[in-house]
Design a protein around this ligand. Structure first.
Ligand code: G3H
Ligand code: 13P
Ligand code: ZN
Length: 330
């Protein structure tokens, strides 16, 4: 058993309390490899932002659980070496079983998500409660989910979004003992968050997505005032990266994300954790494609992963400063 405190990590309790009071959201950035982790830590130390390092079950398999634990420990030491200790959480993203959550808790995670959103309500309650009871014995915090996002959540794909029903949230929070709640108000995973039919087009032909359902968020906040809310599927899918990828040989038709102004507005509410993965994938891929297209003789991975890391760092700094408002909150 590795306790997260021995790795220098923190759970999300204080982070979220401060974020709600301060009207900002904590960035939850997914990572699978060294360069992504370096970029997240560099950006968050430079902008003095707390951060949630987020690992999906697929990422854990890809990178290896032991390596990941030690990478998280290394991230804490790296931040210290860079000159500013920021609060760092290691979080399981979209945990789907009690066993996976338990395994993560025992291997140094300070926070886990149990995603029972696709289950019938009472089964979601029972599973989430079981994870909370175990996690809280180890002072690990738990995120649950009510409502289903459109798009792809690991292996489960949903063509339509089922918005969170505000009338369920109070009962769910009370019965499960969960520490934060992911909700569905129109965000979605991946780079194609809406079909072209769901969007309008501006004068330049750029797709404009339908607005998030802030009315549902407000209704939820009324029922569980001050309770930490989480938004998944919150990449903005910057047109700059989509264009760069297509310019250098890629093809990403119908890409559309969540506009930054809407995320900024959400961050000022009880939304205190915003999940971003796809934007990092886009930034990294764009930078790598550019180097390989412009320098076809290059074959040293550092020569294309280095620029990718720089692009990621710029992206994360921008999010912290201009979208989530987490800069200078560490
Ligand atoms: O919500 C899903 C995250 O973007 C993780 O994706 O399962 O491909 O690592 P992944
Ligand atoms: P994006 O695909 O919008 O980056 O969402 C990531 C996410 O919700 C991870 O849990
Ligand atoms: Zn998610």
């Amino acid at each position: 058993m590795t306790n997260y405190k021995d790795l220098g990590l923190v759970n999300t309790r204080d982070m979220f309390a401060k974020a709600i009071k301060g009207g900002y959201a904590i960035p939850a950035y997914n990572f699978n490899n060294l360069e992504q982790l370096q970029a997240i830590i560099q950006a968050c130390v430079e902008t003095k932002s707390p951060v949630i390092l987020q690992v999906s079950s697929g990422a854990r398999k890809y990178a290896n659980a032991n390596l990941l634990r030690n990478m998280a420990r290394g991230a804490v030491e790296y931040a210290h070496e860079l000159g500013f200790d920021i609060p760092i959480t290691l979080h399981l993203d979209h945990g789907d079983t009690f066993e996976l959550c338990k395994d993560c808790i025992e291997s140094g995670f300070s926070s886990v998500m149990i995603d029972g959103s696709h289950l019938p309500y009472e089964e979601n309650v029972a599973l989430t409660k079981k994870v909370c009871e175990y996690a809280h014995k180890h002072d690990v915090t738990v995120e649950g989910e009510l409502g289903i996002l459109a798009g792809v959540e690991d292996d489960v794909s949903h063509e339509v979004s089922h918005y969170t029903m505000p009338e369920e949230v109070e009962d769910f929070v009370k019965k499960t003992g969960v520490d934060s709640l992911a909700i569905s108000i129109g965000t979605s995973h991946g780079r194609t968050k809406f079909t072209p039919e769901q969007c309008t087009k501006n004068a330049d032909g750029v797709l404009i997505p339908p607005p998030l359902r802030f009315d549902i968020l407000e209704e939820i906040e009324k029922r569980i005032p001050g309770f930490p809310i989480v938004l998944h599927g919150s990449s903005s899918v910057p047109i700059k990266y989509v264009n760069m990828i297509e310019q250098y040989g890629g093809s990403l038709p119908n890409s559309v994300g969540i506009p930054e102004e809407q995320l900024r507005k959400a961050a000022k509410s009880a939304v205190c954790k915003i999940n971003i993965d796809s934007d990092g994938r886009l930034a990294m891929t764009a930078a790598i494609r550019k180097v390989l297209a412009e320098q076809p003789e290059e074959f040293d991975p550092r020569k294309y992963l280095g620029p990718a890391r720089e692009e990621l760092k710029e992206l994360y700094s921008h999010k912290n400063k201009n979208v989530l408002g987490s800069a200078n909150q560490a």
